[in-house]
Design a protein around this ligand. Structure first.
Ligand SMILES: *[C@@H]1O[C@H](CO)[C@@H](O)[C@H](O)[C@H]1NC(C)=O
Length: 215
């Protein structure tokens, strides 16, 4: 199926294969997220993970993801699929909000950004609070406290979108990158845009999300 994007539709809202594409109204649905990540389709599924307080069911995730899509203006289907896939992999389907293995100070959000990016992200959203936390230096505690500023759902699910739009912007709204249903483009983003390792689970996660968001 050929997909049309906001760049050619301007403000028109068009439902394409269940994904609403439009500069002001792109959203994913809970139904789509449940198909992509059935393990988190029930709100009760978070009771059985290692850190229940960090876990979010799809019902919370979908609201925060849609807020991030609007906030960062990410309307290309390939980009949305890539970011949802990246976050699902990094957070083990929304089970983790901070790094536990090995437990790097300051690393977290659903995209598991390393602390140097967490600091930039928190400074961009909460400059006064971040400056206050860091006034005494960048100790382990300070790094964790900076991270705490961005662990709420909107900011945590938003970090992957912020990263794409501001730290890897050559991948954003590009005719040659993160094209819809293109696994090689996703791999290129993970390896060269994010600087993370590639493995079969990333591919499987992307395939599941890509299939679900086509419905
Ligand atoms: C998350 O973002 C949405 C959309 O901007 C907003 O309506 C909602 O209040 C935010 N939630 C919180 C807890 O700030």
């Amino acid at each position: 199926m050929k997909l049309l994007f906001a760049t050619v539709l301007s403000s028109a809202l068009v439902a394409v294969a269940g994904l609403c594409i439009g500069a002001a109204g792109t959203t994913i649905t809970l139904d789509q997220l449940n198909k992509a990540m059935p393990v988190r389709s029930s709100d009760g599924s978070c009771a059985s993970v290692s850190y229940p307080s960090e876990c979010a069911p799809n019902s919370r995730a979908v609201a925060a993801i849609n807020a991030a899509i609007a906030k960062y203006g990410v309307t290309q289907r390939g980009e949305i699929v890539a970011l949802v896939s990246l976050m699902a992999y990094e957070s083990a389907n929304w089970a983790y909000n901070i790094n536990h293995f090995p437990g790097r100070p300051g690393q977290g959000t659903r995209a598991m950004l390393m602390y140097n990016f967490i600091e930039k992200y928190a400074q961009s959203l909460y400059p006064a609070e971040a400056a206050q936390v860091l006034a005494g230096g960048s100790s382990t505690d300070a790094q964790n406290n900076v991270r705490a500023l961005v662990l709420n759902d909107n900011d945590s699910f938003g970090s992957a979108f912020w990263y794409l739009a501001t730290q890897a912007s050559s991948y954003h709204n590009s005719a040659a990158k993160l094209r819809s249903s293109n696994a090689e483009d996703f791999k290129d983003y993970i390896v060269n845009g994010v600087g993370a390792g590639w493995d079969n689970d990333r591919q499987a996660t992307w395939e599941s999300v890509n299939a679900a968001l086509l419905i």
